[in-house]
Design a protein around this ligand. Structure first.
Ligand SMILES: Cc1cc2nc3c(=O)[nH]c(=O)nc-3n(C[C@H](O)[C@H](O)[C@H](O)COP(=O)(O)O)c2cc1C
Length: 159
């Protein structure tokens, strides 16, 4: 599959998660395009912006909001390819900003795309083996869902 990982990161936490997700995708033989929003343009994803799977990562800004550079990227992508269905969202946040706002951007982006996949939310930076395993399991789950017969035949899907 062609997978696009696009993320935003100020202090590196979300970038660390994105790198682990990329590592896992590559280890399973997938081709990964890599965009750090605010730095890379959509053209960095290659001549064809269409991908089989989009993995979006974000930190959360004040009030659980989506950072501006990620919003700009999403607008650019939607203009180029429409609103893709195969979107899975990960991100980092801090519960000290209030449970209501914790990883708010991850929830907002997933809701915008009506993502069919579970969200991955990590507190601050990924720590040790436990978080590495969570990230690997989440990535595997998303990849396996796409490769499953239910995906190939959506009518057979159980709600
Ligand atoms: C101005 C500001 C506002 C923040 N607001 C929230 C928030 O509402 N919810 C949340 O979960 N984290 C919030 N955070 C914490 C960051 O999302 C968190 O530290 C994240 O891991 C940073 O990711 P990064 O290292 O990839 O930039 C805020 C951080 C800053 C600097």
């Amino acid at each position: 599959m062609r997978i696009l990982i696009a993320f935003t990161s100020l202090s590196g936490n979300t970038r660390d998660v994105a790198r682990l997700v990329r590592e896992r995708c590559r280890a399973r033989g997938h081709a990964v395009s890599w965009i750090e929003t605010g730095i890379d343009e959509l053209s960095a994803a290659g001549p064809d912006p269409r991908h089989d799977l989009y993995l979006f990562g974000a930190w959360s800004d004040n009030g659980g909001r989506t950072p501006a550079e990620m919003k700009r990227f999403i607008a650019q992508l939607v203009q180029a390819v429409g609103k893709p269905r195969q979107v899975a969202v990960f991100g980092t946040g801090e519960t000290q900003w209030g449970q209501e706002y914790y990883c708010g951007a991850v929830r907002r982006i997933a809701a915008f795309f009506d993502s069919p996949h579970p969200r991955l939310e990590i507190e601050q930076m990924p720590h040790g083996r436990r978080d590495s395993e969570r990230i690997a399991q989440w990535t595997d789950h998303v990849l396996d869902t796409l490769g499953s017969p239910a995906h190939a035949h959506p009518a057979r899907r159980i709600a």
